[in-house]
Design a protein around this ligand. Sequence first.
Ligand SMILES: Cc1cc2nc3c(=O)[nH]c(=O)nc-3n(C[C@H](O)[C@H](O)[C@H](O)COP(=O)(O)OP(=O)(O)OC[C@H]3O[C@@H](n4cnc5c(N)ncnc54)[C@H](O)[C@@H]3O)c2cc1C
Length: 489
Amino acid sequence: MTISNADQHDRPPGHWPGLSARAMGLAYLLICLLPLALAGLSRVAPLDRWEAVGAGLGLSGLVAMVIQVLSSGRFQIVSGGMGIDRIMAFHKIAAYWVLLALLLHPLLYVLPTFQDDPALGAERLRAYLTLPGYRSGVIALLALAVLVVMGVARGMFRYEAWRALHVILALLALGGGLHHALAVGRFSALGALHWAWWGAGGVVVLAFAVLYGWRWARLHRQPWRLRAVENKADRIWELDIEPAQGTPPLRYRAGQFVWMTEGARRFPLFDHPFSIADSPQRPGLSLIIKEAGDFTRRIGDLESGTAIGIDGPYGTFTLDRHQGDHILLIAGGVGIAPIMGLLRHLVASKDRRPIRVAYAAGHPENMACLDELVAAQSVLDLKLMLISEAESADWVNPTGFLDRSKLAELLDGLDPSRTVALICGPGVMVTNVSDTLLDMGLPMKNVVYERFDYAGGLSARQDRRRTLGFVGLFMVLAASVVVWSLRLA
Ligand SMILES: Cc1cc2nc3c(=O)[nH]c(=O)nc-3n(C[C@H](O)[C@H](O)[C@H](O)COP(=O)(O)OP(=O)(O)OC[C@H]3O[C@@H](n4cnc5c(N)ncnc54)[C@H](O)[C@@H]3O)c2cc1C
């Protein structure tokens, strides 16, 4: 293993300080209320109070939809300080708020008419839904509704098809929504708000140009090459990748992840996220990949020399972000990938802190890198616990789940309040282990996890707290929109 002379003590590469979650929440509120403030500058005929709330929800929902593009996890300036799990959870919950606000928008407009004369109210709603002038708004609303339903039913689609549809529908919803505001919006026809929507359109165009134009060009101009593929366990492969000539090495922190594509398919729509199972002190990159579907099933057949597209680094699953005097690393299944990255870096930097590693898998033959894990004990103050869920003839290590008694054994001799735990594994395991560690005295900020699949439920105590925070934010936003809108009436 070649060790580079990169200075590891400068500003962490690939780590954006980002804004704190609280500052992000405040910025979100202010941006979502900005169109209402600008609407206050427009001179329009007085509105009924329900119409005003309908208008307010439309304006605020539209700008929130624009922000959805930026909270997709690819813009480090937005997600760099939050971590991929949190930003994705926010992206999902914000989508419900946008849909609710924009569904209520036409309904509240017709509510006063409906209250006076239900038949006339229904006629007015039908007119909104069918008149050519409102068509772009209807298309936007339909696209948004399908987007949200597809988000819930993501597991039913092939991932790449899902992503392509997600992008197309997002463009339709954004284009339709902005056109609707500019074409028939009462407050947006002229003045500052009119130009603000043009600015928002510019942001959307720029964001998509970066996501699918600039990144696509970079995947081709700065390719990587596959040096070797090695089978590490049952349907688990390790890829050794190096920068092609002229491609700069990746500056990242151990535990981060990249988006990867291969061969002629080096287009951002086709990339998949994989953790870097390597130390930043090595110039190349290692990825440990488990066969899960169409893309990953082909990994073992890739030939050395294949061009690889790498976009990154992303993520905050790092020890630099989460400091502790004692370190607990927990891997379930292919969750070993970022854990190997962290461990390889601890070995390369000869870390002196007490380290405990638990690695759980369904069967012993599913376990990768066992020799290396055992060898790390000769360099580090490391205690290793290997757990097979199933019993096996020559398996002498613990079996079953990584439960409280096994965690207590791992933590033996460590002070929980000074320990930082990094967990990566299947959703249920992450939930149970993180909640148990909190019960055992680890501070919440020191229990860090990354999920490989956002389709599953987010039910750990930390997730619930986070969700409550987001729901609180949207309640404050809804109340502010109502209060602000009524001032417009
Ligand atoms: C931050 C992060 C780091 C990851 N690191 C690793 C790793 O180091 N090693 C590894 O083997 N796997 C990792 N994964 C999971 C890996 O990205 C998926 O297994 C892979 O993309 C599946 O693609 P596929 O076409 O083979 O399977 P598909 O048939 O498309 O999907 C199989 C399963 O993977 C999920 N999935 C597919 N694509 C994605 C995606 N882009 N993001 C999230 N989930 C997806 C699907 O919902 C489905 O449950 C990581 C995921 C994330 C989010």
